[in-house]
Design a protein around this ligand. Structure first.
Ligand SMILES: Cc1cc2nc3c(=O)[nH]c(=O)nc-3n(C[C@H](O)[C@H](O)[C@H](O)COP(=O)(O)OP(=O)(O)OC[C@H]3O[C@@H](n4cnc5c(N)ncnc54)[C@H](O)[C@@H]3O)c2cc1C
Ligand SMILES: NC(=O)c1ccc[n+]([C@@H]2O[C@H](COP(=O)([O-])OP(=O)(O)OC[C@H]3O[C@@H](n4cnc5c(N)ncnc54)[C@H](O)[C@@H]3O)[C@@H](O)[C@H]2O)c1
Length: 456
């Protein structure tokens, strides 16, 4: 049977684009469909605009410490609308370079919403095919689902008054006050950015500590850091009801803090849900697993043999580099050597101030596996940058080690440049570096990173 394409990809986010490039490198006929804009969540309403906002917020923080470094005080004004226009100018340039890459590699980009007709056929709604145009059915030997996810909105009265991270990137001006429901990656990063811009921030989570899943020392260290900067954190608390009033939005809380607070913006950041609705998965024999995620095996194959799924829609590790790695692995499995993704040493960071980053096992996970053989090495210190600043800004570093083998199982850090430092350590940790190797390495002085080499 002949098909229109060897591989048809649904979703042009990091997962889909990585798969398209890899499959095209085998000389395969590849098409990728996108219902919105090329680049997906990461480029358009995630990592990239977020990190640029972090940089803008850092300028405000630098201003605060500047007098300690001999700079006279000055009154700089921040213009959100001017800044965000620059951000989207950059986002457009990334979209353009993606389009050029796909074009160069002969990957056909199809604009429109895709739905399965059967395991080898999809239907494109609102199709504006770059070459021909018009609605059409397309057949493919193999199909990759890389449709990502969307924010989960808790089912509470008045939730329509709340925004999600998606709308936060579209706000016209900064609010004076913001209440953030959910202290995960998104809640914590936005809390930090908004606080730096001078917004009054209340952050809440159903747990007593923010950043579920991270090492407990990271969780408490970042939480203390946020509180110290003036963010009001309410643990074991959630939103029960939201109402519009003349004074602003009223959010009624339940849990450890039972009160009603008035705010201008409410951001809900309580996790994300896979985009599997109305995809016609039932027509293709693709089944869902836990929490609506697409069920896949170790090779990212769905319950239908010729159909694969990667990225946020499978809810394994919803991060851009993971989606990319999975996308490439699928193309290799489908057209080259079968390849599994190794999730053991996925590095990740929370771009808050203080910044947090991690690779490998948390202390709790290590203890589950290695019991009393786990030894932790930890330090907390004031970095040189803050030594002449009238503010306490501790850095925390921690190594989790299996004392039987001396192997470093995990490295965790909170503080300046944590993401870049942990990123570099990740290679060594993945390769099974020992604590002795850390100790035997001569550091660069004076840096924050060198402290990882002298832990005892
Ligand atoms: C605010 C925020 C900040 C983040 N920051 C980071 C970060 O700093 N670092 C990091 O690693 N990760 C970060 N992430 C997570 C990261 O964005 C995702 O893990 C990543 O984008 C997942 O890639 P994906 O390809 O699976 O899906 P997406 O990037 O979501 O792409 C899926 C694409 O599929 C399209 N699509 C969906 N359904 C259809 C359909 N039926 N037909 C056609 N097209 C369809 C969508 O329009 C979308 O463009 C962040 C996420 C958010 C929300
Ligand atoms: N720096 C990064 O890499 C980065 C940044 C942003 C997002 N992301 C990705 O996006 C995903 C989604 O982020 P997220 O922050 O929405 O989810 P998350 O899963 O990271 O955190 C959700 C938080 O909300 C809390 N929560 C859940 N329901 C609640 C409720 N009703 N009331 C109060 N708190 C509640 C949870 O306890 C948890 O702490 C992340 O898992 C991550 O993979 C990554």
């Amino acid at each position: 049977m002949s098909y229109n394409f060897d591989l048809f990809i649904i979703g042009a986010g990091p997962g889909g684009i990585a798969a398209a490039k890899q499959a095209a490198s085998y000389g395969k006929r590849v098409a990728i469909a996108e219902q919105e804009v090329i680049g997906g969540t990461c480029v358009n309403r995630g990592c990239i605009p977020k990190k640029l906002i972090v940089y803008a917020a850092d300028v405000a923080l630098q201003d605060k410490i500047a007098p300690n470094y001999g700079w006279s005080e000055c009154q700089r004004q921040f213009d959100w609308s001017k800044f965000i226009a620059k951000v989207y100018q950059h986002v457009k340039s990334i979209q353009k370079s993606y389009l050029e890459t796909l074009h160069k590699k002969d990957v056909e980009l199809i604009r429109g919403r895709v739905k399965f007709v059967d395991p080898h056929t999809v239907e494109i709604g609102d199709c504006a095919l770059l070459s021909t145009g018009g609605d059409r059915k397309i057949t493919a030997d193999k199909i990759l689902i890389a449709v990502g996810g969307h924010p989960n909105k808790p089912d509470i009265p008045g939730i329509e008054h709340a925004v999600t991270s998606r709308e936060m990137f579209q706000i016209q001006q900064l609010p004076k006050r913001i209440a953030i429901v959910g202290g995960g990656y998104i809640g914590v990063e936005f809390a930090s950015m908004m606080n730096a811009f001078g917004v009054e921030v209340t952050l809440m989570d159903t747990d007593e500590l923010i950043l579920d899943g991270f090492d407990k020392d990271i969780r408490s260290s970042v939480q203390d850091g946020l509180i110290q900067r003036g963010i009001r954190f309410l643990g074991k608390t959630t939103a029960k009801e939201i109402k519009q009033s003349a004074q602003g939005l009223q959010i009624t809380l339940s849990g450890d803090t039972e009160q009603t607070i008035t705010t201008d913006t409410i951001l809900v950041a309580t996790g994300r849900v896979p985009n599997t609705k109305d995809l016609g998965l039932e027509n293709a024999g693709v089944e869902l697993g836990k929490k609506g995620a697409i069920q896949v095996d170790d090779y990212n194959r769905t319950t239908q043999d010729n159909i694969f799924a990667v990225g946020d829609c499978i809810s394994r590790v919803p991060l851009t580099p993971v989606a990319r790695t999975e996308g490439e692995a699928v193309a290799k499995t489908a057209f080259g050597q079968p390849q599994k993704v190794d999730y053991e040493y996925v590095t990740s960071a929370v771009f808050a101030r203080p910044e947090a980053a991690t690779v490998g096992m948390t202390e709790d996970k290590a203890r589950e596996k290695y019991g009393d053989a786990v030894r932790c090495y930890k330090t907390e210190f004031e970095p040189l940058l803050y030594s002449i600043v009238d503010r306490n800004e501790p850095t925390m570093m921690k190594l989790v080690v299996d004392s039987n083998t001396d192997q470093v199982l995990g490295a965790h850090m909170v503080g300046e440049h944590a993401a870049d430092i942990i990123q570099s350590l990740a290679v060594a940790v993945r390769k099974g570096i020992t604590k002795e190797d850390f100790d035997a390495t001569i550091g660069i002085h004076p840096t924050t990173g060198e402290e990882f080499l002298t832990l005892d």
